[in-house]
Design a protein around this ligand. Structure first.
Ligand code: SF4
Ligand code: SF4
Length: 396
């Protein structure tokens, strides 16, 4: 680590004004808020939840070694899932947060996923039973060592049907009444605008985690839906903010990560976001955004928003247009997400988990002489499937 980086981290750390971690113990919510103001962390209120989150949060999957630095720098919003690495991140978070004042962090967690949603009908399958939500939550609470989770999310919502599935909403309401969760959330990276509007009109959801970035073809529709949902009181959390990290699948041309994050957070209706920074460089970039949101003209140019000749890159729009075209009708959007996790984020574990969640163990493309799919991003699906399938063989 060079000197300037060391200095940057030192300045960013809670060492500022003598705010050591130990001095944070037993803080009331108001005093913690004051600490954040002294740190000059930009915070926003997550809709009707009233929770004040740092505008940059942290998605924790295989990066928990950065948790102490993130926490000490004022990042107070943490998202994880028991589905990641069989709950190991939950355990790691639990160990780290033990003895920290409960008011000093907001935990969002979730259940569900591609495994339980038919990619064509976009309805839950019978395999996903409501008891599973309660069991999943209980295991998560135990691993985290907490009495309650702040926002508990039904994951991978992709349609109005999945967002408003009555039996699951009933379970979440019961868990809220019992005090095991404070607020009901959902997450979506397909048909985001539909899910956001359904959740906003439901009067049941309190927050939504949505895919949102400058590369999404439907970003204007999502922006409008975010504004609608925010006006109705939902807390809005953005994910996939850096759109696959690289412009190209050879990882030679990196997206301007700071500019991408600022683009998302310039929208005041987005209250926080969960980039999954996995190394010190990425952490530094994201942290700097938390204190200064100015998007310079040069940064905006870097995003090439109106450039129709953008490289196909790694970011799958999750539009689902490929599904009806494929001879074998498999869950291409989920496989392309796995590809992005592996080749963009360098997160092999998450890539494997995504394939496992849809039981994707054999290459369905080997029997096709040529690929019938015309992907809206220009992806060579057959090649990408060939490249990603062997990831199953890599040991954890
Ligand atoms: S692979 Fe292409 S067509 Fe299929 S969901 Fe992704 S961007 Fe859309
Ligand atoms: S090559 Fe693969 S993606 Fe293309 S049509 Fe065949 S099975 Fe579907």
């Amino acid at each position: 680590m060079n000197d300037s980086r060391r200095n940057f981290i030192k300045k960013s750390m809670i060492g500022l004004a003598g705010l050591s971690v130990s001095s944070l113990k037993n803080l009331s919510f108001e005093s913690f808020d004051q600490v954040q103001q002294e740190r000059k962390v930009i915070q926003r209120t997550l809709g009707r939840t009233g929770l004040k989150a740092s505008i940059v949060g942290m998605g924790v999957a295989n990066n928990s070694d950065l948790l102490p630095l993130a926490y000490d720098s004022g990042i107070n919003f943490i998202f994880t899932s028991g589905e990641y690495r069989n709950g190991i991140p939950e355990r790691e978070i639990g160990r780290f947060l033990r003895n920290k004042p409960r008011e000093s962090f907001i935990i969002a967690d979730g259940v569900g996923g591609d495994k339980y949603i038919n990619p064509i009908t976009l309805k839950f399958t019978r395999n996903f039973k409501k008891e599973m939500i309660t069991e999943f939550l209980d295991r998560g609470l135990q691993r985290l060592g907490l009495d309650y989770i702040d926002i508990y999310c039904l994951g991978n919502l992709a349609s109005r049907d999945t967002a408003l599935h009555e039996p699951f909403l009933e379970v979440l309401k019961e868990l809220k009444d019992k005090g095991k969760i404070r607020f009901i959330g959902g997450s979506t990276h397909r048909n985001e605008h539909i899910v956001l509007k359904a959740a906003a009109d439901s009067n049941i959801y309190d927050a939504i985690i949505t895919s949102y970035n400058f590369r999404l073809a439907n970003r204007n529709r999502i922006k409008d839906a975010i504004a609608y949902a925010s006006a109705k009181g939902l807390g809005i959390i953005a994910m996939k903010t850096q759109a696959g990290v690289y412009w190209d699948s050879k990882r030679k041309n990196k997206i301007n990560m700071k500019a991408a994050l600022k683009w998302v957070l310039q929208d005041n209706n987005v209250h926080t976001c969960i980039p999954s920074f996995s190394n010190m460089n990425e952490f530094e970039e994201d942290l700097s955004v938390m204190k200064d949101l100015t998007l310079t003209p040069a940064e905006l140019r870097d995003l090439k928003i109106n450039d129709s000749k953008m490289e196909d890159g790694l970011f799958c729009q999750q539009c689902g247009d490929c599904l009806a075209q494929c001879n074998n009708c498999f869950n291409i959007p989920a496989v392309m997400r796995s590809y992005m996790y592996a080749y963009g984020y360098g997160n092999i574990v998450k890539a494997k988990e995504t394939l496992q969640s849809i039981d994707f163990t054999a290459d369905p493309c080997t029997d096709c002489e040529y690929c019938a799919v015309n992907c809206s991003m220009g992806f060579d699906i057959k090649k990408k499937v060939f490249d990603i399938i062997n990831i199953n063989e890599i040991p954890d």
